[in-house]
Design a protein around this ligand. Structure first.
Ligand SMILES: [Zn+2]
Length: 312
C-alpha cells in the first residue's frame, strides 16, 4: 500500500489482460499467481520462484497463510531505475489481491533481496481493511518486512536490528510536531510525513512484540497473537483500534490498547535507544552491536528466527 499516486498512471499504462495463471497450494490453502502476458517467457520461472519463496516466509509466521485463497498479479514495468519492484499494491477483497509491477530484467536474486514483497504480504497478516489509522497497518508491514527477511535468510539478526534502527532514525524527521500521529496519519502525503507515520507505527509493533515476549518469557509474541487473531477474525473487516482491542483480549494482556493510545497521541517518534539497550542492542556511531550474553539475548534473537522452519 504505497506510492498510490502512481496508481492511476500505472493502471493506464498497464495491459488489463493476464495471460497465465499458476497455482501454489499449501494443504487446503491456495495462492493464485497471475502473470501478465507481457512478462517475458524467459523470466517467468524466476518470478514464480520469488513469489513462492516470499509466500513461504509469510506462512512461517504461524504455520498458515492468513487467507485460505488469495491472489498475486505480476506486471512488467519498464524502468530505468534500479528498483526491481518499482510499485506494488494490496487490494483487500474476495480474494485479497497483491499486485506487483516489476522490472522484467531483474534477476531472481535481486527480486528475492528486495523488501517490497515481504512488506506487501505482511499487510495480509492483520484483518485491517484500509480505513483510518494508516500508521497502524503501514507500521505493521514496515516492522514485519524486516522480520520476514531475516527469517528467510535474506540478512542476519544484526542487520535486521540495523534496518529497524535506521528506520526509526528516518522516522524522527518531523515536519509537523504540532500534530499527533492520529492527526498526521490521514494527511501524511500532504505533509510529506511518510517516514514519521510508518516508523512510529513500526515502533508500536516493535514495543508490543518485545514486551509481550518479555512478559510471557518467550511463550507469547506478535506471531502467536496473529495466529489467534487469524483463527477468530480472518474474515472480519476491523479498524486499527478494534484489532488492538482484540489482540489484548486474545493474549490476556493490557498492552496493545494502551500502546495504541500512546503512539496515536505521540507528536514525535518515541525513543527507542533504551528499549534497544534492554534487549542487549548497543549502538556505536549508528552501528548496531548485539550483546549475546545479555539476559534477553535469546528473546531478542527469537524475533529473527522462523517460528515454523521452512514455512511448511
Ligand atoms: Zn504498505
Amino acid at each position: 500500500m504505497r506510492r498510490c499516486h502512481l496508481l492511476i498512471l500505472l493502471l493506464l499504462l498497464s495491459p488489463p489482460l493476464l495471460a497465465e495463471r499458476h497455482y501454489y497450494q499449501r494443504g487446503d490453502q491456495h495462492l493464485e499467481i497471475d502473470l501478465s502476458e507481457q512478462l517475458p517467457q524467459a523470466r517467468r520461472d524466476d518470478v514464480l520462484g520469488w513469489i513462492r519463496d516470499t509466500a513461504d516466509a509469510l506462512a512461517a509466521v504461524h504455520g498458515r497463510w492468513p487467507r485460505d485463497r488469495w491472489r498475486v498479479r505480476i506486471y512488467p514495468y519498464n524502468t530505468r531505475g534500479s528498483d526491481p519492484v518499482p510499485w506494488a499494491q494490496v487490494n483487500r477483497g474476495d480474494p485479497d489481491v497483491v499486485s506487483f509491477y516489476i522490472d522484467p530484467r531483474a534477476s531472481r536474486e535481486r527480486l528475492s533481496n528486495n523488501w517490497t514483497a515481504y512488506h506487501e504480504f505482511a499487510h495480509l497478516l492483520i484483518p485491517y481493511r484500509g480505513w483510518g489509522d494508516m500508521w497502524y497497518s503501514e507500521g505493521f508491514a514496515s516492522y514485519y518486512q524486516n522480520l520476514l527477511q531475516a527469517r528467510q535468510g535474506v540478512f542476519d539478526e544484526r542487520e535486521m536490528w540495523q534496518r529497524l534502527h535506521d528506520g526509526f532514525i528516518r522516522g524522527r524527521t518531523n515536519r509537523r510536531p504540532d500534530l499527533s500521529l492520529a492527526e498526521l496519519s490521514p494527511s501524511m502525503r500532504e505533509n510529506r510525513s511518510f517516514m514519521r507515520v510508518y516508523w512510529s507505527g513500526a515502533w508500536y509493533w516493535f514495543r508490543a512484540d518485545t514486551e509481550l515476549r518479555r512478559r510471557s518469557g518467550g511463550k507469547q509474541s506478535v506471531d502467536t497473537a496473529l495466529a489467534a487473531l487469524n483463527r477468530c477474525c480472518a474474515d472480519a473487516a476491523m479498524s486499527a483500534r478494534e484489532i488492538a482491542i482484540e489482540l489484548d483480549r486474545l493474549t490476556g494482556q493490557l498492552l496493545f490498547v494502551p500502546l495504541f493510545d500512546q503512539v496515536a497521541g505521540s507528536r514525535a517518534l518515541p525513543p527507542f535507544e533504551e528499549q534497544f539497550a534492554e534487549l542487549g542492542i548497543e549502538l556505536e556511531n549508528g552501528a548496531v552491536i548485539l550483546r549475546n550474553t545479555h539476559p534477553l539475548a535469546d528473546i531478542r534473537g527469537s524475533i529473527a528466527r522462523p517460528v515454523v522452519p521452512g514455512g511448511r
